[in-house]
Design a protein around this ligand. Structure first.
Ligand SMILES: [Zn+2]
Length: 454
């Protein structure tokens, strides 16, 4: 790649950092729709900030009614899309830094959305700027960055965008990790509901989780009972080695399970606090649908007892996460989030799961087929070449359970911006973005975009 591009990107470091802080300070968590703000006022404010920042860098920006915006470089008819998102998941538990202050410590900027996905979007935006400032002409393709506002929920942003303008066929989403992700598992999200069991353990209160795609880090509940039950819970915790505490409070027991939070698509090494609570409740004598749910899901994340465990060579195993569990009056609701191998039949999985949950009503919230782009084509090979040239590492195309916007494109893959030696912090406490990595990612993006567009 042209030395000028490297020099430019190094010179942008401060500006990129300031922009990242500006964006992270807008808590763009989805909220109820308001007029002109389909995902709430903060998300709209974030979209306007991103658009005006791109305009002040000299790019033309088009807005799509609070759903998305796009930023274009070049005039060629055919386009490469760069799909990112400006919304973030709710804060969750366990933060030791303020999640929306963009605190900088050395090379790190902390905050919800730093890595997922504001930092990588900024890296790609400055890659476009460096290409333009270096005077590189894009004769084959132009570059169109599309920034959406509901990636963490139901992707209505991309639906709206696609309905109102032409979506490019080819591109990448910098919303996962390097090298290249050319396989994304299918996604099933289900809403479960059932009546409070009339007998067995009495659960007075339980309301944990905000999103199906988050592994909850703590789960608190209030059970009817006294010291005897609290003692049984302590004994259970000792026997299982699972950190659950129980405190007797005014005639009932406050129970807290401490799990390890994370992203639903990557349950390995995490521990679902709702799953812990379900297992505990079952052992304490929960009955009816509560017992059914505990037996069919509990702390498992492979779908075994739901009858849906499966895997294939390209995508690896199915994963299953229970992200929400709540009791409202006499009615319970829960969510399941399953990431399904590309060879699996989503309808058959739904059918099997429902069969394993007798007495529980199951509604499908999200059903997205798996996505796979052959590793041999131009897109994957050029992206891998850019990655290898910039890092000196061997690149390969891999599969993930996370669904990125890459699925929206006929030929789309996820590309960056997490490096293989970095810890995945999306959706977790103390999410941060490393500023060296941001500049390095921008160089890889610039290299890749030049290869595909020049
Ligand atoms: Zn993301």
């Amino acid at each position: 790649m042209d030395q000028k591009v490297y020099d430019l990107l190094d010179s942008y470091r401060e500006e990129m950092t300031e922009m990242l802080k500006r964006w992270v300070r807008i808590p763009s968590v989805r909220a109820d729709a308001q007029e002109g703000a389909p995902f709430g006022p903060d998300t709209l404010r974030m979209l306007q900030q991103a658009g005006s920042d791109a305009e002040s860098l000299g790019f033309p920006v088009r807005y799509f009614d609070g759903y998305a915006c796009d930023i274009t470089l070049g005039t060629a008819e055919e386009k490469i899309a760069v799909l990112g998102h400006l919304d973030v998941v709710p804060v969750g538990d366990g933060w030791t830094r303020p999640p929306f202050d963009a605190v900088q410590e050395g090379n790190r900027v902390y905050g919800r959305g730093t890595e997922d996905d504001k930092g990588p979007c900024i890296a790609a935006l400055f890659a476009m700027r460096a290409i333009r400032e270096a005077g590189i002409s894009l004769s084959r393709r132009s570059i169109r960055m599309i920034l959406g506002c509901s990636e963490e929920t139901e992707w209505q942003d991309m639906e709206y965008y696609t309905a109102h303008t032409e979506m490019p066929e080819l591109g990448f989403s910098p919303d996962a990790s390097f090298p290249v992700i050319n396989t994304e598992k299918g996604l099933l999200q289900m809403l479960l509901s059932f009546a409070d069991p009339a007998s067995g353990l009495r659960v007075l209160e339980l309301a944990t989780g905000d999103r199906p795609n988050v592994i909850p880090g703590t789960c608190s509940a209030r059970f009817a009972g006294g010291q005897d039950l609290a003692d049984r819970i302590h004994a259970w915790s000792q026997r299982t080695g699972l950190p659950v505490s129980a405190v007797v409070e005014e005639g009932s027991i406050r129970v807290t399970a401490d799990g390890i939070p994370g992203h639903a698509a990557m349950p390995e090494g995490r521990r679902n606090a709702i799953g812990m609570m379900l297992s505990l409740m079952k052992d304490l004598g929960a009955e009816g649908a509560l017992q059914t749910l505990a037996s069919a899901v509990g702390m498992e994340y492979d779908g075994r007892s739901l009858g849906i465990a499966c895997r294939d060579e390209v995508s690896g195993p199915l994963t299953c996460n229970i992200g929400i569990l709540r009791k409202d009056g006499d009615c319970w609701t829960a969510t399941l989030d399953c990431r399904c191998p590309i060879t699996s039949d989503l309808d058959a999985l739904l059918h099997t799961a429902a069969e394993h949950l007798p007495g529980i009503d199951m509604q499908v919230i999200t059903k997205k087929e798996a996505h796979h782009v052959p590793a041999e084509g131009e897109l994957v090979s050029e992206l891998l070449a850019a990655y290898e040239e910039e890092t000196g590492l061997k690149g390969e195309a891999v599969a993930i359970g996370g669904g990125t916007y890459a699925k929206v494109l006929k030929q789309g893959v996820a590309f960056g911006a997490l490096f293989p030696d970095q810890e995945e912090l999306a959706h977790q406490a103390d999410e941060y973005y490393d500023l060296d990595s941001m500049v390095k990612a921008a160089k890889i993006f610039a290299n890749a975009l030049i290869r595909l567009a020049q």
